[in-house]
Design a protein around this ligand. Structure first.
Ligand SMILES: [Zn+2]
Length: 360
């Protein structure tokens, strides 16, 4: 990719720190718009997904590069008379990662800082210490002492809540830490791909999509597909790394390159397209990882079932500890995934795409 690495990292940093709970992707959408203005034709679907269409040497095939903009978060469900916020999850959370964590409540005028309350061990019986607390029994402390005070801070029922995080490099500078690598890596690479092809030939039309509401059921990818009318779908994801204790045959190791997902319960990647991606990677000298996932799902769920069916593949950047306040990726994996997607796009001409779904 031709863009300066520092600029690329700065874009990824700002994307991860932006707030974007499902249905409230505004800050992410603004960053997508600001970075892609002038690169292609921008449009939006009715759920808030953003599309950027850039024609190359041909109007077709139409290649949809999808990343979802939203991150797992919460929504204020009610405010107690003591000023505590009760909340519902937006997306998949495990209660273990939540207690005593900083969050930001995104109100209509500012972000209100808060902390998810926890009981000190001093006050816990042996039985309670062993038990996993349910999200419905947690609350957020924003320093208010009454519902009125919370209202004065601007907090309302229905406000979204996101983890509060910082972006940093670990001592190994290849490893980056921030929230929401799922899926700001996908958004960052979707933007980088379009920027790359603003000065490079491509035998197709690229539609970059920042999809809304993936974490609650891949909703924006369905509505954005209506607008994008894709012939091929490429889904870019921050995929959960399994190079952690308990996995004997990991399929998403940090630093081992982009992952091609053949299967999860929501979609099967088009076999010919997945093989093409693997072939392109081999020619470009990019190490890849292959995955068959017993659980999980991506926007491919909505895209591959669009109209009469769209050949789709899921390409992931492994991200450790996702769906929490901190996740880790390898910067080299990010760069190599971008390179792979660009090499793929340069080859997806009409003959290549027709062969993907020629079942006659
Ligand atoms: Zn995701």
């Amino acid at each position: 990719m031709s863009r300066n690495e520092q600029e690329m990292k700065e874009l990824l940093r700002s994307l991860t720190l932006a707030a974007g709970a499902p249905g409230a992707e505004d800050e992410v959408r603004t960053l997508v718009r600001e970075n892609l203005e002038g690169t292609g034709e921008l449009s939006y679907d009715g759920l808030g997904s953003i599309l950027c269409e850039k024609a190359g040497a041909a109007d077709s095939p139409r290649i949809m590069i999808d990343g979802h903009m939203d991150e797992v978060g919460f929504m204020v469900q009610s405010i107690s008379s003591e000023g505590r916020l009760n909340f519902v999850p937006l997306g998949g959370w495990w209660a273990h990662v939540l207690l005593s964590q900083r969050v930001d409540i995104v109100t209509s005028n500012a972000k209100v800082p808060g902390v998810i309350g926890s009981t000190p061990p001093h006050f816990l019986s042996a039985g309670k210490r062993e038990k996993l607390l349910g999200l419905e029994d947690m609350y957020i402390d924003i320093g208010a002492t009454s519902a009125e005070e919370a209202a004065e801070m601007g907090v309302r029922i229905g406000d979204t809540i996101v983890p509060h995080a910082e972006f940093c490099e670990l001592s190994n500078p290849d490893i980056l830490s921030s929230k929401a690598f799922d899926n700001r890596v996908g958004i960052g690479l979707m933007i980088e791909t379009l920027l790359e092809f603003s000065s490079r030939e491509h035998p197709n039309t690229i539609i970059g999509v920042g999809a809304a509401q993936e974490e609650i059921g891949c909703r924006g990818a369905a509505t954005a597909s209506e607008k994008a009318a894709p012939d091929v779908g490429i889904v870019l994801e921050g995929t959960p790394a399994d190079d952690i204790p308990g996995f004997t045959e990991p399929q998403a190791i940090l630093g081992k390159g982009p992952q091609i997902r053949f299967y999860d319960p929501t979609a099967i990647s088009n076999r010919r397209l997945a093989d093409l991606v693997a072939g392109v990677a081999a020619e470009a000298g990019i190490e890849i990882q292959l995955a068959v996932r017993r659980s999980g799902g991506t926007d491919a769920k909505s895209i591959h079932m669009h109209r009469s069916g769209v050949p789709t593949v899921v390409i992931g950047v492994p991200a450790r500890y996702i769906h929490s306040h901190v996740s880790l990726i390898s910067w080299q994996d990010y760069l190599n995934t971008g390179k792979l997607v660009c090499e793929l796009l340069a080859r997806l001409d009409s003959a290549a795409v027709e062969s993907l779904s020629d079942f006659s």
